[in-house]
Structures are given as C-alpha cells and as structure tokens.
Design a protein around this ligand. Structure first.
Ligand code: NAD
Length: 283
C-alpha cells in the first residue's frame, strides 16, 4: 500500500512560492502579506495561527498577527477587517475559526474583501468556484488535489466519494474533483447506507471528523483513500481513517499526520501569493 506523504511536495511548493515572493518583492518593492486575526484564546487556534505566521516568514511573506480578546464586539472586529481591506499593502486576510459564540462566522467572513480572501470562504469566492472559475479555492481541498496530482493518481472518469459536506472541506472538495472530471458523490451524516456508497469509490476523501471511522469494509479493493480528519488523542494524532486496517487492501492512503495537514498551510501561502500577484491594480 502506498502512503501518500506530503512532505516532499509541500517543500517543493514552498520553495516555488518563496521564489515567486522574491520576484514580487523585486518588482513591487514590498513582500506579499497576510493578516491573521485570532479572537479569543482557543489553544488549538493559537497553535494553528502560530504555524501560519511561521510559514509566512519561511517563504518571505510579511505577516501581521492581530490577537483580540474573547469579548471583542462586532463593531471592533468589523473596523479592523475594513481597515485591512483598505490597506493596499495587505494581500490576504484570514480570520481563524471557530470564533467565540457571540460572533457569527458567516457575518464576519462577509466583511472580508473577496480579493483578499485566501481561505476562499466569502460567498463571491465560493460562487466563482462553483461556476468553475475559481479566483482561489479553499486550502484543504486544494491541497488534496495537489497531493493526488503529485502521486499521478488520475481523477478523470473515476468514482470519487467525499464524506462530509462542510463549506470549508466537503463541498469545495467535491467541486474540485468534479472539475478534474471525476464522477462525484457526497456522503454525509444523513446518508442512509454509508458503506454502500463508499465501497463504490475509486477515490475516497474522508472529512467527517470521526476518529478512525473508515475501515477496510468501507473501502473497495485497490481504492485511493485521502484522510482529511485530524484528532488529538492521548497517544498522538489520528485521522478519520484506520490506516492499519487498509494494509494490503487499498492502493494508497494519506497518513495523519504527514498527509493532507501540511498541504493546507502550503495552499494558504499559494493562495495569498496568487491574490498578491493579481492585486495590481487593486480596485
Ligand atoms: P464539519 O464538522 O464541519 O463537517 C463534518 C461533515 O462530516 C459534515 O458535513 C457531516 O455531515 C459529515 N459527517 C459527520 N459524521 C458523519 C458520519 N458518521 N457519516 C457520514 N458523514 C458524517 O468538519 P470539517 O470542518 O469539514 O472538518 C472535517 C475533519 O477534517 C475534521 O476532523 C477536521 O479537524 C479536519 N480538518 C482538517 C484540515 C487539515 O488541514 N487537514 C482542515 C480542515 C478540517
């Protein structure tokens, strides 16, 4: 069974991004820049934000990190985002989710200018993706497509099943697979017979958020399985797929950690760079 690790691909893409960032700096006199906003003190979010800021520095981006207290009100957050929207030296604005309960993530995301939205979560960017003309696409599913291409796993004409229908992973994942000419099915928490659906998949992407829920009986022999899930357990990280149970059964599986995870931040950097490169003139 092939293990679809992303370290080498991620390193190569980041080297490419670093080179393009240097060219950008030479021609525009400033680095591509990402503003990251964290509201509150969720420890997992703090780690994600730290990793994103460090990744920006590694490829020569400027990153500004805005940490706001848990009780930040709507007006304050909106005025920060609108200030960043108006700042011509900011290329990307990322609001780390989840937000504290008193703030609606849909509403907050709607304040971000779509031309500065590297997570591709604004309605405009989701719409562009779903009409097949993405400005940028959400980072995790974009990373899955890059990983499949890197391992030369063709998608055209294949039965692809995506488990999960979130706005950030499942739905855009299905759309990106469709754009690669796969025949796509989305399964979700109300799917009547999950195993009947997943066992038809040549390519199975699992983004359900349920530790090790997918085992060999869900998987067709010779299928490719991509595990998007991330769970912290007492013994370390695990995904939505029980990788060991697929040995000798699946053709290939992406591991957790070391599979999809690192690709997400790499695609965030790529999306920020694309927004920077297309920002002249910004209007
Ligand atoms: P979510 O909770 O928003 O969505 C989960 C989806 O799975 C829902 O659409 C639900 O219908 C479906 N689902 C839940 N239980 C199911 C079941 N038993 N059978 C079939 N479908 C089921 O989660 P999300 O934000 O889409 O993230 C999914 C997972 O991916 C989580 O574990 C999350 O931590 C992980 N994730 C990883 C990355 C990364 O960088 N690798 C990025 C984002 C999310």
């Amino acid at each position: 069974m092939m293990i679809l690790k992303s370290q080498e691909l991620s390193r190569a893409l980041r080297a490419q991004i670093k080179e393009r960032a240097a060219l950008f700096r030479q021609s525009k006199g400033r680095s591509p820049s990402l503003a990251v906003i964290l509201v509150g003190q969720d420890p997992a979010s703090q780690v994600y934000v730290r990793n994103k800021v460090a990744a920006c520095e590694e490829v020569g981006f400027k990153s500004a990190h805005h940490e706001l207290p848990e009780n930040t009100d709507k007006a304050e957050l909106r005025s920060l985002i609108e200030g960043l929207n108006a700042d011509p030296t900011v290329d990307g604005i990322l609001v780390q989710l989840p937000l504290p309960k008193h703030l609606s993530s849909d509403e907050v995301i709607s304040w971000i200018s779509p031309s500065k939205d590297p997570d591709a979560l604004t309605v405009e960017n989701q719409g562009l993706l779903f009409v097949g003309r993405p400005r940028v696409a959400p980072c995790t599913p974009s990373g899955v497509i890059e990983l499949l291409k890197h391992y030369k796993i063709s998608m055209a004409g294949k039965n692809a099943v995506v488990i999960g229908r979130s706005q950030i992973v499942g739905k855009p994942m299905a759309q990106l697979l469709l754009m690669e000419n796969a025949t796509v099915t989305i399964a979700h928490s109300k799917t009547a017979d999950l195993q009947a659906v997943t066992s038809q998949a040549d390519i199975l992407v699992v983004a359900a958020g349920r530790p090790k829920m997918i085992q060999s009986q869900h998987v067709k022999k010779g299928a490719v399985v991509i595990d998007v899930g991330i769970h912290r357990t007492a013994t370390g990280l695990c995904g939505d797929v029980d990788l060991e149970s697929l040995a000798g059964h699946a053709l290939a599986v992406s591991p957790v950690p070391g599979g999809v995870g690192p690709m997400t931040i790499t695609m965030l950097l790529m999306n920020t760079l694309k927004l920077a490169e297309s920002s002249f003139p910004r209007g």
